[in-house]
Design a protein around this ligand. Structure first.
Ligand code: G4P
Ligand code: NA
Ligand code: NA
Length: 191
């Protein structure tokens, strides 16, 4: 998505450890017009997939997920993160390890908002190691719902998440694909 790549070029900065900082429009300050276009693009890509719900994980996935739900006219659920080992009978839960933060979070989705005939589109801001999407896939598995695919705003194609999802047969659509962040340079994958 051209508009997104332009934003990354203009406002993104590369931090040590191959981290792309996009606080200017995605992870702290949010650019609503860009997010609307992101949502419309996911809606276009998954138009024929029979999506009934959009899922994401709090917090940075919420902005693109809500815009996707708006464009597709379906509800949006953000899985909640807990530090503790809370177990609740009314929740589906999965453990998500963050390589970046070296912590494990338990994510949960209430059974109340899941129906057996759901077909879920998973949206997230970044795809790096793929742990967040893996956690949502685990919950989809427990709940017995179908998965339409994953829509990612920024894919770090040099990290393992994208390949792992494709190897599992999950349809993956990423709006910006980053080949490298070496030498403080953001290099995109060729189209
Ligand atoms: P994953 O998201 O693919 O599972 O990967 P990983 O465990 O590596 O990432 C842990 C957290 O770091 C995730 O946020 C992920 O979105 C974020 N992240 C990974 N690479 C980058 C990057 O290059 N730039 C930025 N800005 N973030 C990155 P989180 O902790 O799950 O959540 P949130 O509270 O920010 O939504
Ligand atoms: Na995220
Ligand atoms: Na994040």
């Amino acid at each position: 998505m051209r508009e997104l790549e332009e934003k990354i070029k203009e406002y993104g900065t590369v931090l040590p450890g191959n981290v792309l900082k996009v606080d200017a429009f995605l992870n702290h300050q949010v650019d609503p017009e860009l997010m609307l276009h992101v949502g419309q693009e996911f809606a276009r890509l998954f138009a024929d997939a029979g999506v009934t719900k959009v899922w994401t994980v709090e917090s940075s996935g919420i902005a693109p997920a809500v815009m996707t739900g708006l464009a597709m006219k379906v509800p949006v659920i953000f899985a909640r993160k807990h530090k503790s080992l809370t177990l609740n009978q009314n929740m589906y839960v999965a453990d998500v390890y963050s390589y970046t933060k070296k912590t494990t979070n338990r994510i949960s989705i209430s059974k109340k908002y899941v129906s057996q005939d759901d077909k879920v589109l998973m949206i997230d801001d970044f795809l790096a190691n793929g742990q967040a999407v893996e956690g949502m896939l685990e919950i989809a598995d427990q709940a017995g719902v179908q998965v339409a695919g994953a829509g990612i705003v920024i894919e770090k194609s040099f990290q393992p998440g994208a390949k792992e999802l494709k190897d599992r047969g999950i349809r993956l659509e990423s709006l910006a694909r980053i080949k490298s962040l070496a030498d403080n340079q953001t290099e995109f994958m060729p189209d």
